[in-house]
Write a protein that binds this ligand. Sequence first.
Ligand code: COA
Ligand code: AMP
Length: 625
Amino acid sequence: MGSYRDEFDRSVDDREDFWLDAAQAVDWVTPPTTALDDSNPPIYRWFPDAELNTSVNALDRHIVAGHGARTALIWDSAMTGQQRHITYAELLDEVARFAGVLLAQGVTKGDRVVIYLPMIPEAAVAMLACARIGAVHSVVFGGFAAKELAARIDDAEPVAIVTASGGLEPGRTVDYLPIVAAAIDLAASSPTVVVKDRPEVSGSAADVDGWLDWDTEIAKATPAEPVPVAATDPLYILYTSGTTGRPKGVVRDNGGHAVALTWSMANIYDIHPGDTWWTASDVGWVVGHSYIVYAPLFVGATSVMYEGKPVGTPDAGAFWRVIADHGVNALFTAPTAIRAIRKVDPEAVELSKYDTSSLRTLFAAGERLDPDTFEWAGRVLGVPVVDHWWQTETGWAIVANLRGLEPMPIKAGSPTVPVPGYRVGVLDAAGNRVGPDQEGTIVIDLPLPPGTLAGLWRDEKRFRTSYLDAFPGYYLTGDSGYIDADGYVVVLGRSDDVINVAGHRLSTGSIEAVVATHPAVAECAVIGIHDELKGQRPSGYVVLKAGVEIEPDTLRSELVAKVRDEIGAVATFRDVTVVAALPKTRSGKILRKTMRQIADNEDYAVPSTIEDAAVLDALAEQLRG
Ligand code: COA
Ligand code: AMP
């Protein structure tokens, strides 16, 4: 087992060797002779002269090595009570056939395919099928409404959309087809639509002229051979919330992604061929891309795909049941899920009903792992609870306690140390590095390691302004925090208008944009306030137009419905407060941070730039009574 310090130093001092070594774990069509292309800073490319196919690395290579009968995917649906075990050979067959379906619809290398699917195996099949023919997938989370889907269709300009009749949420079904139809109506293009019919949800491809049925098409498809792509070619676009309402299309390449994720499974997660790994997230998020689909398959592990919730499907023992049923060795989930279980079952009575002895580690990410949740999970499960910090942009962990290297002590409240390849620093507002324990903006020295974002889809300008221009030579993470004297990183939260609700990343700007269009609203601010269960929740403050009279309850329900309709259920927007005025700086900027401090009952200082201190006083009086 290597030492963390040695591995980290090697990743910095011998960067080329380090990543070319790591690249040997990947099957290449043309192996790399160079790791980093640094000819065009601050834009960098990894493995510029190499070629590969991502689906071959996830599937074919394991079959060639004699592991075709090993389970690749276990689908466990708490929503339907079904379980499916899919071997590597079966998964390859389905992927190759679906790749054939896409080819038959004119999808070729470089074309985009939007995937709007619930947590069913077809989601992984569709992603890998795109990878097989060099098409670029863009998965959209099922909790987004038609308008958000349309915005992504407009940006990615897909040749095809792969969807299903719907998703299953506790107590209701989510009909996808009307959402897809409405999104296509709103969008400028009209892609081919392929529908996986789920018997549990009404609606099918037959509802719309020209839409294709997944099962019919796959039955007659010719399996497609893998297409070699450049390591630097895009594998996927994943839209994520930025500070404005317009989502950012994070682009991931093929080669760096395969190298980094393969390295991460052994070194961060200590997961190896034949292990059973479960990421309880959704394929619509980056965690689902990297650790439900790609990474576990790259290393020949078995990946559990779970359709259900931590509680209520049917009870707070759901996660423990899945671990016991499938012999899960490591679970990766968001702290919110653990808090949800703890809230319902604080004494972990449900846990005692299951044999979870296969579990070696619990990994948490997506939001800060608060020390209480950390302590509770460690105590009831009796395994190490490992926090790690990352983002959609990086695609894999920036800071972690690396379980595949010599063990390092875990400190509650810190995700531990920078992962090899990431030189993490903390800067003050002037761009100077601050000392230990001093809070500031967390940055990463360029170049970022392989697997991190190659850019934003067709928007290099926004890539530069969002991440590279603020502090030349560094990548701006958008998080603030500090590094302690032992080199442990503490992430305190976002320093921009992005909020984290139940591990889901949302833009307050996009919610504000919807609220502002209500006819009674003169102006508004949406901020993320503390929530016991979900970490944060969006909270809206609204100034009414002069002369408008509307009951607060009516306004609230209209705004809640509007946000749900235009962004989606995932926005979980429920709080609306009518205020007389919003506190602003003299240049007109709303003092959102101070508003949040007031709402969260924290100490706050009246900013020197304030336009009218009386507005702030009035707000504090109203919110704190
Ligand atoms: N499709 C459609 N709707 C969805 C959806 C999906 N894939 N996922 C969630 N929603 C809906 C929910 O049904 C809910 O709707 P409602 O307002 O009608 O109840 C709404 O979006 C909000 O969902 P959520 O924030 O997830 O709240 P919840 O009450 O349904 O569940 C938790 C709470 C804690 C159980 C849940 O948030 C959870 O499991 N969190 C873990 C998060 C996670 O895995 N994050 C990934 C990053 S690692
Ligand atoms: P996403 O892009 O959805 O993965 O969200 C990324 C953001 O989630 C980060 O910028 C952080 O603000 C937050 N985040 C993710 N993991 C952690 C963690 N382990 N600790 C603290 N914050 C986290």
